[in-house]
Design a protein around this ligand. Sequence first.
Ligand SMILES: [Zn+2]
Length: 272
Amino acid sequence: MHRLLYFVIVSILFIVACKPGPEEKTIPAMPLSETTNLLPVLTKMTSQDSQMLNMIMGKFYPEKNADFVTIPETLADRAGLYMHKDAYQAYVSMQQKAKADGINLVIRSATRNFDYQKGIWERKWTGETILSSGINAEKAYQKSQDRAIEILKYSSMPGTSRHHWGTDIDLNNFNNSWFEKGEGLRIFVWLENNAHLYGFCRPYTAKGSMRPDGYNEEKWHWSYMPLSQKLTDTAERYLENAMITGFLGSEAAVDIDVVRKYVLGINKGCRH
Ligand SMILES: [Zn+2]
């Protein structure tokens, strides 16, 4: 009997001693096919992706790009604005229906490439342009991250604007309050009810739990989803904060996490 008990105790001790602890779990070797994930991101990109990435960062000239068309002055507040041709076609259909319903849509801004955005950004960075809050960003903020966050309340960093894409437009007025009464409210309600029928979506809805990061609400900014959601997906896969360079203050892009917070910080309804 004692020998049996002795045998049972020794067996239990042996089993416990052989059971691997959490730190002893073996790490399976990475299959060769997965090691390619460790290579720089560019090696995974097709040439179509890298072309799309250049467009995402606004590194092209719309006037020289066959996919872009000029917007007639009758549809905008000035001549010389460009849009991607597919987005433009959809916009014209929407504008005509709006007009028939007594709603007068006016494009105030459309495609802005990297160089154009760099001009806007750097004038604010150096204090040459005073922010709409009345602040001179250059005088008020010494730390580049603080200055960039203040300017980001009103303008995108070059390389991160949806206006680079040719899919996004600003309509009628740049003040949210204008869209809250009278003609502005009628336009806003019409767009909220009808824009989706033409593929347009509003990426900068009110901030809150559904959209914690990114730009403040913009009731004037609309995006042509059939194209822009593909560009957003490509940005999510390939665009990195370190790629956002080539202008004053670009060193803040990484600390701010500008890609995740601003490029991807949009209304989820504009994703899929
Ligand atoms: Zn806009």
